[in-house]
Design a protein. Structure first.
Length: 351
């Protein structure tokens, strides 16, 4: 009898496994910016940067800044941080996302002025050697950035509100300003799409998505908050040739299917797929409760190659996008369908 035990997956981690023991400190101010769990480093990503950030009371994610060449965004996982946006402030809650296209000059940061921790998923393009940054309310930081040759000194100017960009702890008193809704923040349920996501020529319904990054104006980074109803899967099993991608469990206990094996996940788990590995995957909700996932990576390119190992008809539909020479994979016994689809398959492997 063959051994059907699920192989170990190196790119399946919970943020608690990866969180660094020392808080991150800012290179110029020395202030603590919370504790980081660097998923992209653990998964071997080179083009997408993303990490879990645990922001303690009185801390901010960074001094207010704007990136010239890199797109970036955050999703609130826990807590009620303050979004600082061009001198105005907005209270965010779990399920809010905020994002900033590159080159706009819109400065931002997140501040924890509550007495509870805040947890964020921060996603963006990997830092480039030629990246430059503006610091519109931090002249000391700007001066140090200029000395290091990465100050964006001709960033577009925007009229700033009255908030100084400091936490109440740093300032020594509350800011006293009213919270206002900002253009660079959305709540996932407000932008959730219709329940009509299917493959061409097929009736199987998949996840119901909220395309966070698109609504925030990002074009090179793509991030969704997908709601997976009981008995559904996110996609047919597939692998990407050209794009780095990941899923983070926001809520629920889904199974991730990887090369014919199931792995049970829980909130805080993250799975990443570097491009070009040929590792086929999908996520299945075999429970009786909704699952919510943050699904992210590089935005799809026109000529991106995809491999569907169990769906030859889909490969024909893809035409020139079909990844025909994907690395060969040893497949396990599970066929990648939900338990609700007959015949039911073996239960998820324990990690």
């Amino acid at each position: 009898m063959k051994d059907t035990a699920a192989p170990y997956v190196e790119t399946l981690k919970n943020w608690r496994e990866l969180e660094l023991p020392a808080p991150r400190t800012h290179w110029a101010t020395g202030e603590e910016m919370g504790y980081i769990a660097p998923f992209n480093r653990a998964f071997g990503f080179s083009r997408i940067g993303f990490h879990h950030q645990r922001l303690l009371p009185g801390c901010r994610s960074a001094p207010p800044h704007a990136e010239r060449t890199e797109e970036e965004m955050i999703v609130v996982l826990e807590g009620r941080p303050t979004l600082w946006s061009d001198g105005h402030v907005m209270r965010l809650e779990r399920g809010h996302a905020a994002g900033w296209p590159s080159g706009t000059g819109h400065a931002h940061c997140l501040i924890n002025d509550t007495d509870e921790p805040v947890r964020l998923l921060t996603i963006g393009e990997a830092t480039r050697a030629v990246s430059t940054v503006s610091f519109p309310v931090s002249p000391d930081v700007a001066a140090k950035a200029k000395q290091r040759s990465f100050l964006w000194d001709d960033a577009p100017q925007h009229k700033l509100g009255g908030h100084d960009g400091l936490s109440n702890t740093q300032r020594g008193k509350p800011h006293g300003l009213k919270f206002k809704r900002r253009h660079d923040a959305v709540f996932w349920q407000d932008i959730q799409g219709k329940d009509n996501n299917t493959y061409q020529g097929d009736k199987e319904k998949l996840a119901v998505g909220a395309h966070l990054s698109m609504h925030l104006g990002l074009r090179r980074v793509s991030v969704w908050l997908d709601e997976l109803k009981p008995g559904r899967r996110t996609s047919w099993p597939h692998a990407e040739r050209d794009e780095e991608e990941f899923i983070y469990v926001f809520e629920g206990e889904p199974d991730v299917w990887i090369n014919g094996y199931l792995y049970r996940l829980t909130a805080g788990d993250c799975v990443g797929w570097p491009s070009g590995t040929g590792q086929a995957h999908t996520v299945i909700n075999n429970t009786d409760k909704p699952v919510r996932l943050i699904v992210g990576g590089e935005a799809s390119r026109r000529n991106s190659g995809v491999w569907y190992p169990l769906h030859p008809k889909r490969m024909k539909q893809l035409k020139e996008r079909a990844w025909l020479d994907a690395p060969k994979q040893k497949m396990g016994p599970h066929k990648g369908v939900p338990d609700a689809t007959k015949p039911a398959r073996k239960k998820a492997a324990k990690r």
